[in-house]
Design a binder for this molecule. Structure first.
Ligand code: BGC
Length: 729
């Protein structure tokens, strides 16, 4: 690091135009047709290109070495470029989609995966990744739920910290580490109707309690950048939302790093209807607190005039540029602009055996076993199965974000994984068009006939169904959470054979599974499992690993239930029954609650929970700042089945009567416990004041006295609970 004095000198030498370029991030081709970046080669040199501060989506060791070398020559002050891209769940070795990382309930594993992703990306010249996504998601129609770890603020917070630590390690100057950018600040996941880019309306009570914690956690873990969301929050687009970017982000969350706009988000302030033209968009977003403009060019085109008119100040611009130079300095780029970029290391690290092994382990930890009737799973070695369906021998196992840098050709298919483990697979209808969402086409009928033929020769059917990668991720919202109609017809046809069906689902979101679950003997939700998908799934199907994944989003019974999440507020007319009750909260045409709740997931064994015991039922705390643990809540867990298994023991707390209506329950801690058959262990959780505090608008974090309920069980529906009272000292 060269230090503040060096950076100050640099800043003094830079012209305003050069500073505006430093604040610009360039990409290949802009939507308006102007070529801003290097993607098409290095032939075009402009003042902006020569002095730009960073590039988006431009990586690969050879390319970066050359681009950085040319840039160091061309840039007026020899300021190195930052190369940024979306390393979301792996770089070349692609791990399960982020929702699938969430269902591992294993933040340590997430940290390890992020660190592997950082190593693979860093040798390809990447300095910054736009990850983690901290958006709380409650509506599975929104395509970007695949990029979130789920509907729980506490679990999301553990994961955003883990991702950040994994990417940044002990320091971004260290080899094989990159800087992390948490996004999309904030509330983007609450898009109306689950439609991508749509408006969000979130009151302060919800915003501070539910939407901010995962951002806070990434920032506390040292995250270097923040990206505002595309959405308008309570009428104000985040990109020019001064209250959000200055007061909430800088003051409340104490963020010190760089704020980078989302892709072309500053241009989008015009269609958002808050700016008359690009000049106003530049002015408002700079005044709100944006330091780097991604892909659009309003800063570069307007800052000189805006300073002249007094609409923005030189001090503001200097502050933004100083933050960018500081990040470059922290990474050691002034001393070595190439950092870890190394074509030889790319060959060594990308998709190496150790990284693949970690990815395989992650798949096995991530997939959630939703049903296993008559122990149809695990399969026995040497067993012959009919392996049917569009995803049974497909490499389309990576979601859209994984495909930014990862490649389908590197994926192991389910057939390859099973065959490797001695399962004899009779193939049926692999050639299905996964993008097709309508009813069966004549061409599908031949494939169904082929599937039925395969089924005839085997005792069990393994059926791999799901979504095409383009059906989730950005701009991948759906109005219907069912599987495409033609895939359902395939399932119906197979069901009529009467043979046991094991359904594997590949998906970027929770799906409506009622009929699928009814027609299948086993259901395994594998999300987008990534490069080692086939191997990890085979490990589970053959019993090589016992399933331990747990849902982090509720599985709805019908699309019309969206948004549906376990930690909702109670109503004056709650409906706890498993049926419709008149004049109670809910719908007249569907049971209340999800088909499978948050936290749910089966193993190959069974567990018994003793009733909850508390070390005290009356506790006291002096004031809001109390940190002393209040009591211990425990259960005895016993493996009552016949094989080893891992249980995710979950602690939920309900604040029975708060000043504000509090969620019906909230996850506060959990433990993954592995037990042998008949083995028992006591699992204890310390209940702390932090678990009981919540944000009261105008007052801040508050610890209210009164009655609380503690639940310990295997999912959010557990009724295994006990009460205690918190008194004031
Ligand atoms: C997405 C961001 C992403 C950026 C850069 C945008 O469209 O909203 O999440 O980081 O593109 O690729």
């Amino acid at each position: 690091m060269l230090g503040q004095k060096y950076r100050k000198q640099l800043l003094e030498q830079m012209t305003l135009r050069e500073k505006a370029a430093e604040m610009s991030q360039l990409w290949g081709e802009n939507p308006d047709g102007t070529l801003m970046g290097l993607r098409r080669g290095f032939q075009k040199s402009t003042h902006l290109m020569d002095n730009a501060g960073s590039f988006l989506g431009f990586n690969g060791a050879e390319l970066v070495l050359e681009a950085q070398r040319l840039h160091m020559e061309a840039s007026a002050h020899h300021i190195p470029l930052l190369f940024m891209t979306d390393v979301i769940h792996g770089y070349k070795t692609i791990f399960p989609s982020v929702l699938g990382i969430g269902t591992t309930w294993d933040p340590d594993l997430a940290e390890e995966m992020a660190s592997v992703a950082a190593a693979e990306a860093s040798v390809s010249g990447v300095h910054v990744t736009f990850s983690p996504m901290a958006d709380l998601v409650r509506d599975a129609r929104w395509g970007r739920v695949t990029e979130s770890t789920g509907e729980d603020p506490y679990l999301n917070s553990l994961f955003t910290a883990a991702f950040t630590k994994g990417y940044q390690g002990d320091g971004i100057d260290k080899p094989f580490h990159i800087a992390s950018c948490v996004k999309h600040f904030a509330g983007y996941g609450a898009a109306e109707g689950g439609r991508d880019y749509d408006s969000t309306q979130i009151g302060d009570y919800q915003f501070y309690n539910d939407y901010l914690p995962a951002f806070q956690s990434a920032i506390d873990a040292g995250c270097e950048l923040v990206m505002p969301g595309f959405n308008a929050l309570n009428g104000m687009p985040c990109t020019c939302n001064k209250n959000l970017l200055s007061d909430v982000l800088r003051k409340y969350l104490q963020f010190k790093g760089i704020v980078i706009s989302d892709c072309t988000a500053i241009w989008e302030l015009v269609p958002h209807g808050v700016c008359a033209d690009n000049a106003e968009a530049a002015e408002r977003s700079l005044n709100a607190g944006i330091d780097i403009e991604m892909v659009s060019s309003t800063f570069y085109e307007n800052l000189e005039a805006l300073v002249e008119r007094g609409d923005v100040t030189m001090e503001q611009i200097d502050e933004a540029v100083e933050r960018i130079l500081l990040l470059k300095d922290k990474m050691g780029l002034f001393e070595n602009p190439y950092k870890d970029t190394d074509p030889e290391k790319e060959k060594e690290l990308h998709l190496c055996a150790a990284h693949r092994a970690l990815a395989r382990k992650a798949v096995a930890e991530s997939a959630v076993l939703l049903k296993n009737q008559n122990q149809v799973l695990p399969l026995k070695k040497g067993e012959k199965i009919a392996l049917i369906g569009p995803l049974s021998d497909s490499r389309e196992l990576i979601d859209v974000w994984g495909l930014v840098n990862g490649e389908e050709k590197d994926c192991v298919t389910i057939r390859e994984g099973l065959s490797d483990q001695n399962i004899i697979c009779v193939p049926g209808c692999h050639q299905w068009n996964l993008r097709e969402m309508d009813a069966v086409h004549p061409s599908d009928e031949a494939l169904i006939a082929e599937a039925l033929q395969a089924a005839e020769t085997c005792d069990k059917i393994v059926l791999a169904l799901g979504e095409h990668p383009s059906m989730s991720s950005e701009a991948g919202s759906r109005s219907d959470l069912s599987l495409p109609a033609n895939q359902m017809e395939l399932l119906h046809a197979l069901y009529r054979t009467g043979k046991p069906i094991i359904t594997i689902l590949i998906s970027g979101r929770p799906l409506v599974l009622g009929e699928i679950a009814e027609h299948s003997d086993a259901v395994l939700m594998a999300w987008f499992p990534g490069t080692e998908g086939g191997n990890g799934i085979a490990d589970l199907l053959t019993g090589q690993c016992s399933p331990s994944g747990r849902l982090t989003m509720s599985m709805p019974r019908a699309t019309g239930q969206a948004p549906i999440y376990y930690n909702h507020l109670p109503t004056g007319r709650p409906n706890d029954a498993d049926k419709y009750e008149s004049f109670k909260n809910g719908y007249i045409d569907i049971y209340p609650g999800p088909l499978y709740p948050f936290g749910y997931g089966l193993t190959y064994t069974t567990f018994d929970y003793s009733p909850v015991s508390l070390s005290a039922d009356q506790v006291s705390a002096a004031d809001d700042s109390s940190e002393e643990p209040l009591l211990l809540a425990s259960i005895t867990l016993t493996n009552t089945g016949t094989c080893e298994g891992t249980e995710t023991v979950q602690l939920y707390i309900q604040d029975v009567a708060g000043t504000y209506s509090r969620p019906v329950r909230m996850l506060k801690d959990f433990r993954k416990v592995t037990l042998q058959p008949k083995e028992s262990t006591v699992v204890s959780f310390s209940v702390t004041p932090d678990m009981l505090k919540y944000y009261i608008p105008g007052k801040g974090l508050t610890l209210e006295k009164g009655l609380f309920r503690v639940f310990i069980g295997s999912d959010a529906n557990t009724t295994n609970g006990k009460e205690f009272t918190l008194n004031r000292k």
